[in-house]
Design a protein around this ligand. Structure first.
Ligand code: ZN
Length: 491
């Protein structure tokens, strides 16, 4: 492969001519890959031509978007690139990848590039810290640059001491501010110990408190995601993502980068996020294979495990993971959910989260958390109260089709065409005399009282009408938990 200003040129030489060449990994997005050898074309991950193929040339330019849980084929960092080696592997054949570079450039790592991310670009982006390399372009804002280097060093030292094992390879962290988005930042780690952190321009500025947990999360994958085989990586990503996410709370709290208050708030958000997914699945356990539930529920599982182990005096999250990973390194089938669950008691409350169906699941989880020293209160925001009241009344009036509302600043607009008196997208200034956008809870209480008495709910529209919507049943108080007390997250 060779670097150009647009991307990477990769030249394939096959050991024997073949009718076609198929890429092994079908999930990689290749819409920015072009075969430049005349007479050949690439479609659906297969290169074909009119006759036998003995070699070809590929031009790869950077991916145009980040996609959830898919490695990026090629991303830019300053004047360099990060290429995902496994995306270049041929199906059923052994593939090696070699970089052709000039004196001012480097390829990192220099060997086994085919097995993970490889950075190809200016030599002077690379800083060697002895136990790790950091690669960053000079245009990185110095405050972001400093904070990433500090957090990366802090997290490595902390994990090494708490888990009792070192990473199997010298880790490489590559930072980019050239992510195409849509997210403000994304990161992942490959089997070769290369972490790629990709920020979308200056987007990180509006989420600065996220930078530290982000680095700690990715750094944990150096332990739980490479140098060891995770048997259930695809089927139960909640295990490796949840542990990385939980480590990214306890770690920063322990090293002073996050307060206990912030940790409780973070964990509250995770618990509510997880709970919502179950609610949307009718109370059953969702698959937990994609979306934010993987992270939210995975973190809740690890928190419960940590609390239980500490409560029983049997170590903690880090001792469990350290032991499990150390054992897994010497075993071909690695580790998975079985080993994790076996390290907990049979009656562990993690089963309340993981079992397919549990009667009164979240009440039971709250009770078990209380036994472990956690106090949870229900504290919905005004906006959550507002949404609960609006959806409750809409459900009783919207007979078919979808319904909802647009909460635009200063203009709450109902949505739904088959909603009786609420149809037609009216802008609502008040419900039962209360401005829903200003005093959601007061409005909820007023709606609740009307519904309990079997009376209609009165909506005042911006154009001066009063809409009377039937409300035969009382709305339930929305559930949004806040952890007000918990054992320390720090170590
Ligand atoms: Zn992760």
């Amino acid at each position: 492969m060779t670097q150009t200003s647009e991307g990477m040129v990769v030249r394939y030489a096959l050991s024997a001519p073949s009718d076609s060449f198929a890429f092994a990994d079908k999930d990689i997005i290749r819409d920015q890959w072009r075969v430049t050898t005349p007479g050949l074309k690439l479609s659906d991950g297969v290169v074909t031509g009119d006759g036998p193929i003995s070699g070809f040339e590929l031009m790869i330019t950077p991916d145009l978007a980040e996609v959830d849980r898919v490695y990026v084929g090629l991303s830019r960092t300053g004047n360099g690139f990060v290429l995902y080696g496994p995306g270049l592997k041929g199906e059923g054949i052994s593939t090696t990848l070699r970089a052709e570079i000039d004196g001012a450039s480097v390829a990192v790592p220099s060997s086994d590039a085919i097995d993970g991310y490889v950075f190809v670009g200016p030599k002077d982006y690379v800083a060697d810290y002895g136990d790790a390399l950091v690669i960053a372009p000079p245009q990185l804002a110095s405050e972001l640059d400093q904070s990433i280097r500090n957090e990366f060093a802090g997290s490595r030292a902390f994990y090494r001491s708490r888990l009792g094992i070192a990473p199997t390879l010298k880790p490489v962290l590559v930072v980019s501010v050239d992510s195409p988005g849509p997210s403000a930042f994304r990161g992942d780690v490959t089997d070769t110990g290369v972490i790629s952190l990709r920020f979308k321009g200056e987007g990180w500025r509006s989420a600065q408190e996220e930078v530290s947990p982000f680095v700690w999360h990715e750094a944990f994958h150096l332990w739980n995601g490479h140098g060891v085989h995770n048997r259930d990586g695809d089927t139960a990503p909640w295990l490796h993502e949840g542990s990385a996410e939980y480590a990214a709370i306890t770690g920063p709290v322990s090293s002073g980068g996050m307060s206990e208050d912030q940790a409780r708030a973070r964990m509250s958000t995770k618990m509510n996020g997880c709970r919502r997914t179950y609610q949307n699945a009718g109370g059953r356990r969702p698959a937990l294979r994609s979306g934010s539930a993987v992270y939210d529920c995975g973190t809740v599982v690890q928190w419960i495990a940590d609390l239980e182990l500490r409560h029983a005096g049997k170590g903690d999250f880090f001792s469990l993971w350290g032991r499990m990973l150390e054992t897994a390194r010497s075993q071909a089938d690695g580790f998975g959910t079985a080993e994790f669950l076996a390290a907990l008691s049979d009656t562990s409350a993690v089963h309340l989260v993981l079992d397919p169906q549990v009667e009164g699941r979240w009440d039971k989880i709250r009770d078990r958390l209380a036994d472990l020293g956690v106090t949870v209160v229900n504290a919905p925001t005004d906006q959550e109260f507002m949404a609960a009241a609006l959806f409750h009344v809409a459900k009783a009036n919207c007979l078919t089709g979808s319904y909802g509302f647009y909460n635009e600043p200063g203009a709450l607009k109902l949505d739904g065409e088959n909603c009786g008196p609420l149809s037609g997208g009216p802008i609502i200034d008040s419900v039962e005399g209360f401005n829903p956008q200003a005093v959601g809870q007061a409005m909820f209480d007023a709606v609740k009282a009307r519904c309990a008495a079997g009376q209609s709910v009165r909506y005042r529209t911006r154009d001066g009408r009063t809409l009377e919507a039937a409300c035969p049943t009382e709305p339930a108080v929305p559930q949004a938990w806040r952890i007000v007390e918990a054992p320390s997250f720090g170590r």
